[in-house]
Design a binder for this molecule. Structure first.
Ligand SMILES: NC(=O)CC[C@H](N)C(=O)O
Length: 198
């Protein structure tokens, strides 16, 4: 059975995620309403702008259903702004910026700073044999993780070396980078496996 995997489609790079999920044999759907969310076996929260996404989620009456779904164990994968949306705690957020939460991490928004605000790097990701070409766009990094969070990848070069950029906690996964850019679907593959095993 192919799992139905939603992509939160309020804002951000939705189409690329739908395409990656489709190519992995999942049944991808755009999610803008609570009923669409309820039909999902898993959910991708894309990159974009977390402050806008949280406002739209509130406006579309999706924020509480999203929180309930994640609390109830729905597998979810947040990329970049999506990582911020899943984080329990934000540094350098907008004043009062809320999140869906559930992921026991502190995320630092726009962490890489202006000088290197967008860059690419070959990254070793736990569970993948070969490195991934990771694309970072005004990305957050993970400042701190609780004991129940597994670190899947850290920046390997440059001034940010050692910073955590991919994590997993039970059915929740998040990356600072954009796995939907390019044609490498292996990181999405990790999430589809997670949904299948949930
Ligand atoms: N590419 C991205 O998703 C950027 C994230 C954005 N800087 C934010 O704060 O939400």
């Amino acid at each position: 059975m192919s799992p139905t995997i939603g992509v939160l489609a309020l804002q951000g790079d939705v189409l690329e995620h739908l395409a990656a999920l489709r190519s992995l044999g999942a049944e991808p759907v755009s999610v803008r309403r609570p009923a669409e969310l309820a039909a999902c076996d898993g959910l991708v929260i894309p990159g974009g702008e977390s402050t806008t996404m949280i406002k739209l989620a509130t406006l579309f009456d999706l924020l509480e259903p999203l929180r309930e779904a994640v609390r109830g164990g729905l597998p979810a994968f947040g990329t970049c702004a999506g990582m911020i949306m899943l984080a329990d705690r934000i540094e350098d957020g907008a004043a009062g910026q809320e999140t869906i939460g559930g992921l026991h991490i502190t995320v630092r928004r726009n962490a890489f700073g202006r000088q290197v605000d967008s860059f690419e790097e070959d990254l070793h990701v736990d569970g993948l044999a070969d490195p991934v070409r990771a694309v970072f766009i005004r990305a957050p990094w993970v400042e701190a993780v609780d004991d129940d969070v597994e670190v899947l990848a850290r920046v390997e070069d440059g001034p940010a070396a050692g910073r955590i950029v991919a994590v997993r906690q039970g059915p929740l996964m998040a990356t600072s980078f954009h796995p939907e850019v390019g044609s490498d679907d292996r990181v999405h593959g990790l999430f589809v496996d997670l949904v299948r095993s949930a």
